[in-house]
Design a protein around this ligand. Sequence first.
Ligand SMILES: NC(=O)c1ccc[n+]([C@@H]2O[C@H](COP(=O)([O-])OP(=O)(O)OC[C@H]3O[C@@H](n4cnc5c(N)ncnc54)[C@H](OP(=O)(O)O)[C@@H]3O)[C@@H](O)[C@H]2O)c1
Length: 315
Amino acid sequence: MIRQYLGDSVDLFSVIGAGVTVFVAFKVAISLFRFITTHFLASTLGLPANLKNAGSWAVITGCTDGIGKAYAEQLAAKGLNVVLISRTLSKLEDMAKEVESKYKVETKVIAADFSREDIYDGIKLKMNGLDIGVLVNNVGCSYEYPEYFGEVEEADFSQKMIHMNCTSVAMMTEIVLPAMVAKKRGYVINIGSSAGFKPAPLLALYSGTKGYVEMFTRSLYHEYIGRGVTFQYVAPYFVVSKLSKFRRTSLMVPSPNAFVRNALKTVGVQAYTTGYWAHDVQRFVHSFMPASMSMSMMQGARKKALKKKAAAKSQ
Ligand SMILES: NC(=O)c1ccc[n+]([C@@H]2O[C@H](COP(=O)([O-])OP(=O)(O)OC[C@H]3O[C@@H](n4cnc5c(N)ncnc54)[C@H](OP(=O)(O)O)[C@@H]3O)[C@@H](O)[C@H]2O)c1
């Protein structure tokens, strides 16, 4: 029947069909190979970078909780001294004591509010002279709940988020990069988000800031890989933390420690990663999801959050 209409062109369609099938099968096989190698075989094959070789200090922003705390502790466990930078001095001092006694490394604490832009001269001065091999630009903030951009009530919302999620990444990188380039060794790990992968309606500014982190980091990767400095972009899905408001772990929502254990194995292996094996699976599914579907899911989440807020107000 088809041949009656299309004649010999049906053979051409078969060839195109076979070609597409082979191409897709090849792409799937490569992705599967990468997924297994990165998340399950990297350590056995000795692929992850030896971060201690790049310098004796690691710097972590937003380090007293969640993902940043896990990076700080796990880098200290590898024998790196750590510069701990966060907002609250008392939390930093408690953490420094704990890290020093548990991992027998040196620490330096810097209290700084990354929602401001006048903090970097002070940070630079306090880190002067340290042999910094690793920078983890982790500090970041998101929305209290999904909301229309024009209806967010928080004061200075845009300015604070742009300073925390964007300015911090560029400025901290600017501070450590010259010395890393001079010694031709260094790792800069920038924490983005799955919200930067595709449009995230009702989290528009967060999505935009993380999209910036992705392009900034991936561009720098190509600029500096030949000069000895490795940039890595890490884009997690949900991880248990105050920011995510997830309190319990599940297959798809790891603890910060489990997440970072997996993510550190990808340094030197992948320039771009979700950081966690189950998040790679989520990213694959997410890649097929239209933004309109995200919008309706987020509208549901917004409704729920507004109800909760109203109930709390009336109590
Ligand atoms: N958790 C997730 O599901 C998830 C998913 C995707 C991406 N991410 C990204 O991962 C990064 C870390 O998120 P998280 O969930 O681990 O956060 P978190 O648990 O809320 O930890 C926040 C840390 O940042 C510090 N901090 C907050 N505001 C600060 C400010 N203005 N100045 C300096 N330090 C400040 C906090 O210190 P104080 O307590 O002293 O304020 C704390 O140490 C963020 O960039 C986030 O966008 C997280």
